[in-house]
Design a protein. Structure first.
Length: 407
């Protein structure tokens, strides 16, 4: 069980010599920012229209940041400079695991696009440089939806979005929605809004895959307020692939960019890149939320950004493995294939997030191995539905793959 500086579970370890950032909100005196860098941490920059109050090392709200305003934006980047292009030595972010906890005490006007959201693989500084405003956002929205958004052009207000998922239940304490559209999108089942006055764990993970040609984006939540590092549940994931006229139905289908109208109707200075995954590094990771009433109150803590391995960067493991296990699976019919060179012995283990092993086996093969997970069910392996880690070990590599087991 890998833990970060705040004691929160890391689903992927930081890459060797990779960049890490952890908030410094538990240091120094209370301070307020409306624009610019935090004096204690120059990599944390506030922009947009809002006030960020960092409570510092003392008081009941120590180590927290309170956000209010119409459109507050909180950036993790090396500086607040709007120079384009930045100097070649400027640090960047690419494959990242973004983690934070957020508590909303007042959701203000409860705009349809507001909630908890981090955006990665972007610059967005300045907003006027349209060629660098593209990025991926994981949205856990006040109205109960969780989806993934890809910004194509800030100047044209051009965004495409996935089909929503619905993570909340009656037990979570959120208000029951009466929105007929959302209920229909949830298969006619009840929809519950994001619960207020509770710390919600949030992760956005974006990693290049398929030899840096595509990007896998995942959104996780934790409902335990960080107990034992958090019980991280995958809510939404998709793999962004290049668009072509031959895959139009797939690209704008339910499993990818379901809400793709802006792609078809709004151009931008970067229109040639509309249909390409965002695989290159960029300068910013940022948080955003929105309000029109001036009553929004949102608190954040334990915010971190870390560089992690892209999928299959070594070529040892078929990227299909990671893609499959990053989705919800059913043990009654799941196959795992590993591709490699030569003969090897592997230990395949399924573990709880705390690292305890609940199933383990050794398997040998040459050039590839195939594991039929339905066989585990037949052997009496019947774990509860939830988040687990599949560990694959040999003498030459060690891989941890998050998976959500469903009944």
């Amino acid at each position: 069980d890998l833990r970060d500086t705040f004691g929160i579970t890391m689903l992927h370890p930081t890459i060797s010599n990779g960049r890490e950032w952890f908030d410094h909100w538990g240091e120094g005196a209370q301070r307020s920012l409306d624009w610019g860098s935090d004096g204690i941490d120059t990599e944390f920059n506030v922009r947009g229209d809002g006030i960020s109050v960092i409570y510092g090392s003392t008081g009941a709200d120590s180590e927290q940041m309170k956000v209010t305003g119409a459109d507050p934006r909180m950036y993790v980047r090396s500086s607040n400079s709007e120079t384009v292009p930045m100097p070649p030595t400027t640090p960047t972010w690419n494959n990242v695991e973004v983690t934070l906890y957020a508590k909303t005490t007042n959701c203000g006007s409860k705009l349809s696009y507001a909630g908890i959201e981090a955006v990665c693989k972007t610059n967005h500084c300045p907003d006027s440089d349209d060629t660098t405003t593209r990025g991926y956002g994981g949205r856990v929205l006040f109205d109960g939806r969780t989806d993934i958004e890809k910004e194509l052009s800030h100047a044209k207000d051009s965004n495409i979005r996935s089909y929503p998922a619905f993570a909340w239940t009656a037990d979570d304490g959120g208000v029951t929605s009466s929105d007929a559209t959302l209920i229909a999108q949830n298969g006619g089942n009840p929809v519950y809004e994001m619960p207020l006055n509770k710390w919600i764990g949030y992760k956005l993970i974006a990693r290049n895959c398929d030899n840096d040609s595509n990007v896998l984006i995942e959104v996780y939540i934790d409902k335990t307020e960080g107990l034992n590092g958090g019980d991280w549940q995958l809510v939404k994931s998709l793999k962004d692939i290049p668009y072509s006229t031959t895959n139009d139905a797939v690209y704008f289908g339910r499993d990818l960019w379901y809400d793709g109208d802006d792609f078809k109707t709004k151009g931008s200075a970067d229109s040639a890149q509309h249909g390409m995954p965002i695989t290159k590094p960029n300068y910013s990771v940022y948080l955003r939320t929105d309000d029109t009433t001036g009553t929004l109150e949102q608190y954040y803590k334990w915010f971190s950004v870390r560089e992690v391995e892209p999928i299959s960067s070594s070529g040892v493991i078929n990227s299909r493995v990671n893609e499959d296990f990053s989705h919800r699976i059913n043990l009654d019919g799941m196959h795992l294939t590993l591709n490699f060179q030569g003969s090897r012995n592997f230990r395949i283990s399924i573990c709880k997030l705390n690292g305890s092993v609940i199933s383990s086996d050794i398997i040998s093969g040459r050039d590839h191995i195939s594991v039929d997970l339905s066989g585990l069910r037949q052997k009496g392996f019947k774990p509860a539905s939830g988040m687990y880690i599949l560990k694959i070990n040999s003498k030459t590599f060690d891989v941890n793959i998050p998976m959500t087991i469903c009944e």
